[in-house]
Design a protein around this ligand. Structure first.
Ligand code: UN1
Length: 509
């Protein structure tokens, strides 16, 4: 960690990051280990309940000032954060790889997403548009405007330890909010680094407490956040089970949530597809990031004319996937996040087999030289029938089911026949099939692609999904509206007081 500290120019102890000591009490130490090597990367002293109070109070006070800064000036500060991220790209990517095990090229991509969303937010800071309407009343003007919400709570997952925070943070910031971030306890150091880089810039500009960080136990920082009326919006990324708790608890106090939960994404390949494209998209979508993206391809529906051919090609391609050190050139599959994830992988495969699925390749956890951490598994392909119960569940591991279908109708039915609705993709060269998949009777997911896999979305589009994925949208398009409150304003500049809908209510005077 010391090397990372130096490369990233991080202070020790970190400013803007309460580590428990300040409260006098001090939470327990949290260890961060490299899942590829088992090496101890560093320890973080967790925030206590008292730290929680301090961080939220500081963010609430920061909001009072920040909201008065004109949006384009907030954008200018976010531009500086983007510049710092450009400078920190390589060491930050290496820290992300060390801590969550994703390939260096993917970690660089993750930091690039941060830079991209910062750029996007800078432009947005001059485009927080409201509509104007024509009033039905004479000499009246009607329009809507957008105000910041207050302190936004951000809960993020280990698999994108910095990018998903930045989608929320950069938008929330230009919109005029302060925020507090509860990252995954599995990736605390990446969070400290990202938050410090941003806070360094904010502090230089006189707003050090706009982006707070809370690393701590659920009972000390997670639950208070859900019940805290000072936090009008909680944006949470994680499992459906977690999202259900967050959604219910926050709704009880009439707070808002933005939920980006489990995905269970499918690629559909028709007989008329470009199989070369489909093969590469499936391999990246299914085995990339060791199957630990919410957009990972978990189900592949193959039309019967190409099913045998593509299955054979996939099995062959899987044979050449190099598993190992995520920093090493040529590696395509790194470790899972921890041993618990390996157990989950093994259990899911056993379960699927007991339900009638057949193992095509992979299926084992790896041990021996280079795999001592116990977190490596073989990317796995299984053949299944469309009614396999296990297909209903998202398991965060590289297990992919290949299912034969008769035609596009059946493929769409299968695509939509799970509780989650994040990402989906169809491979076809037939315009009618493509448009049907994108039509209202097609995919029911938040993301629907043609001849592109399910993962690896750009930040310019709204990101999120339907059904148990939670319905939230983050990143591009008009997702910024989730971080603001809308106000409809009607101004009477005339001498009369006409009532809407022609209502008459005359009081004599
Ligand atoms: C996630 O896994 O939570 O589209 C986010 C993608 C990435 C983001 C994934 N841009 O795969």
């Amino acid at each position: 960690m010391h090397a990372f500290r130096e490369q990233l120019g991080l202070a020790d102890p970190a400013p803007g990051f309460l580590c428990g000591a300040e409260s006098g009490g001090g939470g327990a130490l949290l260890e961060s280990r490299n899942p590829a090597t088992g090496e101890l990367l560093g320890r973080v002293r967790q925030a206590t309940r008292a730290d929680y109070e301090t961080v939220v109070a500081r963010a609430a006070a920061a909001f009072e000032k920040w909201r008065l800064v004109p949006a384009p000036q907030r954008g200018e500060i976010v531009r500086q954060i983007g510049d710092e991220l450009r400078r920190a790209k390589e060491p930050l990517a290496r820290l992300v790889t060390a801590e969550c095990g994703k390939l260096l090229t993917e970690a660089r991509g993750e930091v690039q997403e941060m830079i991209d969303i910062a750029d996007f937010a800078v432009g947005l800071s001059r485009q927080l548009y409201g509509l104007t309407m024509h009033s039905e009343r004479a000499s009246h003007r009607m329009y809507e405007q957008w105000h910041p919400l207050g302190v936004v709570g951000i809960i993020s997952a280990f698999n994108f330890p910095v990018a998903v925070w930045s989608w929320n943070a950069m938008l929330a910031a230009v919109c005029g909010n302060a925020m507090v971030w509860k990252p995954s306890p599995k990736t605390p150091l990446s969070a400290v680094a990202a938050q410090q880089i941003a806070t360094r810039v904010l502090a230089r500009n006189g707003h050090p407490d706009v982006m707070g960080l809370l690393i701590g136990e659920v009972a000390d920082v997670g639950e208070p956040l859900l019940d805290d009326k000072r936090v009008p919006l909680v944006s949470a990324t994680g499992s459906c089970a977690m999202g259900r708790v967050v959604g219910e608890r926050v709704a009880r106090r009439f707070g808002r949530t933005l939920l980006e939960l489990g995905g269970n994404n499918a690629i559909l390949v028709l007989d008329d597809a470009d199989l070369g494209l489909a093969l590469r998209a499936i391999a990246f979508g299914a085995a990339g990031t060791a199957g630990q993206r919410c957009t990972t391809t978990r189900r592949v529906y193959l039309q019967k004319g190409i099913a045998a051919t593509l299955t054979a090609q996939l099995v062959k391609a899987y044979g050449s996937l190099k598993i190992g050190d995520p920093l090493a050139e040529g590696t395509l599959v790194g470790p899972l996040i921890d041993r618990a994830a390996v157990t989950g992988y093994e259990r899911a495969i056993t379960q699927a087999q007991s339900e009638g699925a057949t193992l095509l390749c992979g299926g084992k956890a790896l041990s021996g030289k280079g795999f001592e951490s116990g977190c490596f598994v073989e990317p796995t392909l299984m053949q299944a029938r469309a009614d396999l119960p296990q297909l209903q569940h998202e398991v965060f591991a590289p297990i992919t089911y290949l299912i034969e279908v008769a035609d596009l109708d059946e493929a769409i039915r299968c695509n939509n026949g799970v509780p989650q609705g994040l990402s989906s993709a169809l491979f076809t060269l037939n315009l009618r099939h493509a448009e049907r998949f994108l039509s209202t009777a097609g995919s029911d997911c938040g993301i629907a692609n043609i001849n592109i896999g399910t993962s690896g979305a750009e930040i310019g589009g709204a990101f999120g999904g339907e059904k148990e994925t939670g319905g939230g949208r983050e990143a591009g398009s008009d997702s910024w509206k989730a971080y603001m409150r809308r106000q409809t304003c009607t101004i009477n500049w005339g001498t009369q007081l006409p009532l809407a809908q022609g209502v008459v209510f005359d009081v004599g005077n």
